[in-house]
Design a protein around this ligand. Structure first.
Ligand code: AMP
Ligand code: MG
Length: 338
């Protein structure tokens, strides 16, 4: 299949919307990462998403809408969920709600809930409005690779596999949306993102975070969110993340680097001079900047063919949770506190 690879504009967005209505796959930019979209109500089209990504069939998709009025046929919107939509949509918050029969089982991997979100990106919103269908869209990477935050990342993974890629520059946030389960008594974050627990509490007065967010699942433990049990975000190299005392972290990273054959360091900007002549890639000066850069850097380490990635991590709350959730998974939970 020849994949159309074009900058998003009025004309190409109409072309992409027509392809979606015909049951084809279209990748498009959002504020979090690039999504790989199909008509969420078309079983065949959704099956193509799983095939194109090599995604396990038990990992449900997020359904994207242009606004909350499009949810009527898809799910049961509770008053609390509506408050969150009014506060954070369009934006990086995915809400799990009881699904209605119109949503095919393949879209939700057979679960009774459906994940819904309205993305905060002009291209995504225009595409959703023009297509007039709810769009199931996971991240537009091959399963197991870091999520794509530029159109060229999507091209690397999806050229020849899908009908079209709409180019729309770098994604602002850089990590996937917060996944919030609103089907339980207390709202629970299953995947941390840029809409934080504190932000949900400011609207609803309560919110918890699933404790499996920052640790591997135990043998036989059920995943609260199916995506959590699959290998995720990983670079090809092995990776260790260091947190804690700054001087000790820098010294230990230098020691491991010097011992290794072919390593690279992911460093916070201010500390780069401390690593001297060693090979360093910047992960910015704030958790927000690290979120924006992380997946791009992980793909660069793949291209460089290094065998070891040594990364400085963050400690703290809010956006730190989203960043460290991705870093910990990329490192297969090899996170060391010094
Ligand atoms: P992706 O769009 O690739 O970032 O993946 C979407 C993620 O949302 C999945 O990996 C799941 O963990 C989560 N998700 C989507 N729908 C549901 C659902 N109905 N129940 C629990 N988790 C869900
Ligand atoms: Mg994904």
């Amino acid at each position: 299949m020849d994949t159309i690879f074009k900058p998003a504009n009025e004309h190409t967005i109409l072309q992409a919307a027509a392809l979606l209505r015909q049951g084809e796959l279209v990748a498009f930019p959002t504020e979090t990462v690039y999504g790989l979209g199909a008509d969420a109500l078309n079983e065949k089209a959704v099956a193509h998403i799983f095939a194109a990504k090599g995604r396990p069939g038990d990992n449900p998709l997020i359904v994207h809408v242009a606004d909350k009025s499009q949810l009527d046929d898809l799910c049961e919107v509770t008053p609390d969920a509506e408050k969150l939509m009014d506060a954070f949509w369009p934006g990086p918050l995915t809400i799990l709600l009881k699904k209605k029969p119109a949503v095919p089982d393949i879209t939700t991997a057979g679960l009774p809930s459906v994940a819904v979100r309205c993305p905060d990106h002009p291209v995504a919103l225009a595409l959703l409005r023009e297509s007039r269908v709810p769009v199931a869209a996971p991240s537009a990477n091959r399963s197991g690779r870091p999520s794509p935050t530029t159109a060229s990342h999507v091209y690397e993974d999806m050229n020849g596999r899908i009908a079209m890629i709409l180019q729309g520059g770098d994604c602002r946030v850089g990590v996937e949306s917060t996944v919030l389960d609103m089907t339980k008594d207390v709202p629970c974050i299953l995947r941390p993102g840029a809409v934080t627990k504190e932000m949900v509490i400011s609207v609803l007065g309560r919110c918890t975070v699933a404790d499996s967010v920052m640790r591997p699942l135990k043998e036989g433990e059920a995943a609260p969110s199916p995506g959590m049990k699959h290998r995720h975000y990983a670079p090809r190299a092995s990776m260790t993340v260091y947190i804690g005392n700054r001087e000790k972290v820098i010294a230990e990273i230098c020691r491991r680097y010097d011992e290794a054959e072919n390593a690279v360091i992911l460093a916070l900007d201010g500390d780069i001079p401390s690593f001297g002549e060693r090979h360093v890639l910047s992960i910015g000066t704030s958790p927000e900047e690290t979120a924006h850069l992380l997946f791009k850097r992980l793909r660069e380490t793949d291209e460089m063919g290094v065998s070891l990635v040594l990364a400085q991590g963050w400690e703290g709350e809010e956006m730190v949770l989203a960043v460290m959730n991705r870093m910990a998974r990329a490192a297969a939970f090899d996170v060391i506190k010094l």
